[in-house]
Design a protein around this ligand. Structure first.
Ligand SMILES: Nc1ncnc2c1ncn2[C@@H]1O[C@H](COP(=O)(O)OP(=O)(O)OP(=O)(O)O)[C@@H](O)[C@H]1O
Ligand SMILES: [Mg+2]
Length: 278
């Protein structure tokens, strides 16, 4: 998917109309799961609500419906795995949910804001510092070092120049010795870990990761996944992960499978099953 690589800017915006829940967290009245009959998460505060999203593209003379009236609500602190066969539309969906791509139909509320009311700059401002994205193909800038790639989101936020923060994140993903390497001087798995560090460097509330362990050996993959779930647990980071790995999916609060343009509840059956080959 040809996404914009700027997943990194900032703004706080919430719906003005809210209702108090028993846990004291306020949520927009227009965004209650009951109102749309969509899955309910853990915190009571929806960070994301997709209402009947569709995505159609034209390829040559043919029209292709990738997503069809898909609804999803994800609440703060949840971890959600999205599975599905290759070509099912998982990357397309992640791009839509992050506001990097626009739907053909339907509405997406991100942090209580209707994205259809925002232009590209407005969407970027809403995401800034609050949303991290690990792209399936990494999308590292080839002329920038590992450190500079990780620092990019910080430079777009008020915390410009936090070299130490970016260095810390590279160390957390095991790349403390690779800060000056260009992407072409890094292995695929190392590039993937730079992409993970870049997604987390602003301490975002919501992280999307598109097959974040797809290029990693089992041990390194397990370390990256442990890091994702540690952050989910300690910082309350909401995680939305695309994966073919049932073992990873089983660690999430909720598993969904994308099929025929829709999401359905899914129970991963065994740690060793690769969804992509089924
Ligand atoms: N801009 C586009 N124009 C035409 N077809 C597209 C476009 N974007 C995606 N597609 C098609 O939509 C389908 C879904 O693509 P997507 O990349 O979302 O799949 P995926 O589930 O992420 O697959 P994978 O597991 O292989 O990464 C594919 O068949 C792809 O060819
Ligand atoms: Mg994909």
């Amino acid at each position: 998917m040809p996404y914009s690589s700027d997943q990194t800017e900032n703004s706080a915006a919430h719906a003005s109309s809210t209702t108090e829940h028993s846990n004291g967290i306020r949520r927009p009245l227009t965004d209650t799961p009951a109102a749309h009959n969509v899955p309910h998460g853990v915190s009571g505060y929806p960070v994301l609500h997709a209402d009947r999203l569709s995505k159609k593209v034209t390829s040559g003379e043919r029209s292709l419906t990738i997503l069809h009236e898909l609804s999803l609500s994800v609440e703060a602190g949840e971890s959600v795995a999205i599975l599905g066969k290759s070509g099912a539309g998982k990357s397309t969906l992640l791009g839509l949910l992050a506001g990097l791509d626009t739907p053909s139909d339907g509405e997406l509320m991100l942090f209580g804001q209707a994205l259809s009311r925002l232009d590209e700059d407005g969407r970027a401002a809403l995401r800034a510092g609050r949303v991290g994205f690990v792209f399936q193909n990494f999308q590292l800038l080839p002329t920038l070092s590992a450190l500079e790639n990780v620092m990019l989101p910080l430079e777009l936020s008020p915390r410009a120049g936090e070299t130490q923060t970016a260095t810390k994140w590279l160390a957390r993903v095991g790349l403390g010795e690779r800060v000056d390497h260009l992407p072409k001087q890094l292995s695929g798995g190392e590039q993937q870990r730079v992409a993970v560090a870049r997604a987390f460097v602003t301490d975002p509330e919501l992280v999307f990761a598109d097959e974040p362990t797809g290029n990693l050996d089992p041990d390194t993959g397990a370390q990256v996944i442990d890091l994702l779930f540690t952050l989910n647990r300690e910082a309350g980071t909401t995680l939305i992960l695309v994966t073919h790995d049932h073992a990873l999916a089983r660690r999430c609060d909720r598993c969904l499978r994308l099929d025929q343009g829709k999401l359905e509840p899914f129970v991963p059956v065994a740690a060793s099953v690769d969804e992509g080959t089924q």
